[in-house]
Design a protein around this ligand. Structure first.
Ligand code: PEP
Ligand code: MG
Length: 541
């Protein structure tokens, strides 16, 4: 037995088999393929999909007045129609009886070599474009951007590190625990992993691919992983798992009960989700609504811009299933540690304070309008509240509201129904705290995003593991910011909630309740423990 210590990310214990995940390389099968016609068709389907993707990127670049970017993507799209290149791939597939992947790899490599050897440096540089398109087509063919899967049996997913988009794509029906060699508590990958309701251990330094397929115990509460556990340890953990089960069952008695202190102060207790697939967990845990649907994950899971229709369906599903409970949907907060290749965001030195969230939405207005239209159309199906992330000024908020009103008018002019909805603003920068009074006059609710608010108040990068001891959400400055926001909101009749990770921190529940917080939104599995905590409090004392 080997004991590996790491850091607890999400509590609980499981026993299972470990599967080690690595971001895949493209495996090219070099064997013979008889079905040349089928392989040719696969090649053309993938080629067309990539071409469509390049066209979309060109359109986005045009909208962002990026003429250079638009020209690059348009020339990529044109290259994908180049008959010389296409025939080279087809020849390998037909004459050598190879797979589409093989034809693309060898055909594109050949053409890239030819171009690279040309004397004109401007033209020879275009070999990079050919290789980039080769990678895109191989990605399309091999489906590496699809769900991360390891068969049909339950397993523990181990990895060196996982990005937010990898966590979003893992097979949640079969993954029973997560172990990462690296990882950090406050990243979006971790927030998403915590939301899965399974034990997670990060910084398990000694975990490696050598343990693939081995039996393991993951103790997410203590942050320990046992490889090839001995019988005694298995028995001990079976007892722990039984006790956990009993504890969770006891919490179920709180379903249907009010989230109210002994002296009668009630708080709305909501769940944070990242997509329709989380709704059953929120309902099982009796959340009174959704306090934060991070729509970003729809974008992260997708290989291309999610269409208006795809977004509409996702929002509608959540609204319908939660009805009549309210659902706060956050407009997209990508950028920072949630990168999506199709957005082609430039590399930044400080992405957390760079082109992210509302800054992308307000810079690429058509991209934003697509999401707003999807939200407005979905508003007919439930109790929708739209919230804007990373707002730092009243002007930004007014711009968002103006765009929303414009989209609403366009829809109505086209006889498309829009229901009623409320608007809100995330308070996650000190600037937003200081202008919270002005913002409150313009919205129905505000929600404090303590993860970013801590990062920006303390000037501590939430993603840098070396700074863990400096990232202190309990810092008096952060607590004071929350108090100021609640006070400013209430002055203008605006509801104030907390939806960052701090909302679920039971050490602070009493403080927040005494401040008069109206709503707390937490990971679904924290809903009942938090309800229990609130019900134990007596604020009259
Ligand atoms: C926050 O910053 O607290 C928040 C809720 O948003 P996110 O964690 O998605 O940045
Ligand atoms: Mg945030």
């Amino acid at each position: 037995m080997q004991k590996i210590t790491g850091k607890s990310l999400a509590a609980g214990a499981v026993i299972g088999r470990l599967k080690f995940y690595r971001a895949p390389e493209y495996e090219i099968d070099e064997g013979d393929y008889d079905d040349s016609e089928g392989e040719i068709e696969r090649f053309h389907n993938a080629r067309r999909a990539v071409k469509h993707h390049q066209k979309m990127l060109a359109q986005a670049a045009e909208e962002a007045s990026d003429a250079e970017g638009a020209s690059v993507f348009n020339s990529h799209a044109a290259l994908l129609e180049d008959q010389g290149l296409i025939h080279r791939v087809e020849d390998f597939i037909i004459e050598m009886k190879k797979s589409a992947e093989y034809g693309v790899k060898v055909g594109f490599d050949d053409v890239a070599d030819d171009i690279r050897s040309l004397p004109d440096p401007y033209i020879s540089k275009r070999s990079d474009d050919v290789l980039e398109l080769e990678r895109e087509i191989l990605e399309e063919l091999t489906g590496v951007a699809g769900t991360i899967k390891f068969g049909q049996d339950p397993y523990i997913l181990a990895a060196y590190d996982l990005t937010a988009s990898e966590v979003a794509r893992l097979d949640r029906h079969h993954v029973i625990a997560i172990v990462m060699k690296e990882g950090n508590l406050n990243t979006h990958a971790s927030i998403l992993a915590k939301g899965l309701g399974i034990p997670c251990v990060i910084r398990a330094n000694a975990i490696s691919a050598a343990y693939n397929g081995r039996e393991a115990i993951v103790d997410g509460t203590e942050g320990i992983v046992y490889i090839d556990p001995e019988e005694e340890t298995v028995i001990k953990y079976k007892e722990i798992m039984e006790r956990n089960r009993e504890f969770n069952d006891s919490l179920l008695q709180l379903r249907g009960k009010m989230t109210v202190t002994k002296d009668g102060k009630e708080v709305r207790l909501y769940a944070n989700i990242s997509g329709p697939e989380d709704v059953p967990l929120a309902l099982d845990n009796d959340a009174s609504g959704i306090g934060l649907f991070r729509s970003d994950f729809l974008y992260l899971k997708s290989r291309d811009y999610p269409t208006e229709e795809e977004q509409f369906e996702a929002y509608k599903k959540v609204l319908e299933e939660m009805k009549p409970r309210s659902v706060v949907i956050r407009t997209v907060d990508i950028g920072s540690d949630k990168s999506v290749p199709y957005l082609q965001l430039p590399e930044e030195d400080n992405p957390a304070i760079g082109m992210r969230a509302i800054r992308i939405s307000l810079s690429r207005k058509d991209f934003f309008r697509t999401q707003l239209r999807a939200l407005l159309r979905a508003s007919v199906y439930g109790n929708l509240r739209i919230i804007f992330p990373m707002i730092t000024s009243l002007e930004e908020l007014l711009e968002c509201k103006a765009l929303l009103a414009e989209c609403e008018m366009t829809l109505k002019n086209n006889d498309i129904k829009v229901g009623s909805y409320k608007t809100g603003v995330m308070i996650e920068t000190p600037a937003a705290v200081f202008v919270a009074g002005d913002l409150a006059k313009e919205v129905d609710f505000m929600s404090v995003g303590t993860n970013d608010l801590t990062q920006f108040t303390l000037a501590v990068d939430r993603e840098n593991p070396a700074l863990d001891r400096f990232y202190d959400p309990h810092h008096p400055a952060v607590i004071e910011m929350i108090r100021m926001t609640i006070e400013a909101g209430h002055k203008h009749g605006c509801l104030v909630g907390i939806c960052g990770e701090l909302a679920g921190d039971t050490e602070l529940t009493e403080t927040f309740m005494r401040m008069g917080v109206d709503e707390l939104s937490v990971n679904p599995q924290f809903v009942l423990p938090l309800r229990q905590k609130v019900r134990e409090l007596d604020l009259s004392k």
